[in-house]
Design a protein around this ligand. Sequence first.
Ligand code: GMT
Length: 372
Amino acid sequence: MKKEDGAVPVAVLCYPTPGGSGRVASDLAGCLVEEGYEVHLLGVRKPGGLRPGVAFHPITMRGDPLLQGRPYDLALAARLAELHEQRGVRIVHAHYALPHALSALLADLCVGGTLRTVTTLHGTDITLVGSDPAYHRMVRLGLDRSTRLTAVSRSLAEETRRIFGEHLEIEVLPNFLPPWRFPVRGGPRPFPWKRTKQPVLVHLSTFRSVKRVRDLVLALKLIRREVEISAVLVGEGPDRRGAEELVSTLGLNPFVRFAGALEDPSKELEGGDLYVFSSRTESFGLGLLEAMSHGLPVVGPKVGGVSEVVGDAGILVPPARPMALAGAVLKLLRDCGLYESCSRRAFDRARTLFSRERVLPRWLDLFEGLGE
Ligand code: GMT
């Protein structure tokens, strides 16, 4: 669909998470507005940091004892069909397949088959939730009926075809950081010891079990046997309490700070020296890309699409191995040349490969090629 006849209206469906797919969806929405699109973002809450010019439409869900909950998917489909009628929306961008691709399909049935849906696969919508037998068939339907599919990494595209069928055509469009997410005072970092400063490890997390934060805490204990470091763990989620308990049990309280959920983690990244994570799977790892934009080398497990993002800007180790994680951190903190070259590469990769200039034109081509 072309813009010649005025701004093309696009509806964006997403979860309003402070990082991850919610952040990707709202930042891309902001970029589309700058490119002259009319963008409507639908969600249960307005994502923090939503750019001016993106119209937000709250989804109101009604409960009733018979409904076994408040069906978000139906309320979303109904609002989308309304937006088609009121604003002429015909392009839908569904971030995270479940249930967004299905809500788009329902709305399309409602308005006579005129919607074009682009579904972006983010990670657990395929690898955990989507492949659960309880949802598998519905996710497959959503994927089959989307006009176009994109995935945030090659690894996720391959995993999707393996689970849902080789017939699926999936374009790999990596996440990127728009200019307003780049640190003002960015750049490669000097070796922390040069600044006579105790190194600080930073981790951003949703504290879901897939993040295996306990591994990270165990690794911290091992690292601290060798060098004086501290750590900041940013975020909220179900496993935070367990992680706090483990920190206490291991006597790490004075060295670990839980910063809670932050809309903008850049202050913590700015104060850090290394980014560490310990996920069981990670299709991309937006948090580590943000850290790289601050020049932080990355240490974590080699899972999912992580190596596509990190490249040679850090050290990746086998998953679920706190000792290997600790060893990699120590290696970087003991080798000035290695640390500084990883930092330089982290900053350069974030600024080039994952920039708006590199990725946004591909999104624009995709939207313009959707056909009438
Ligand atoms: O899938 C999730 O765990 C949540 C999802 C999200 O909505 O925050 O995270 C996924 O999408 C992010 C944005 O594309 C990626 O950076 C994360 O790596 C990915 N999470 C996993 O694959 C575990």
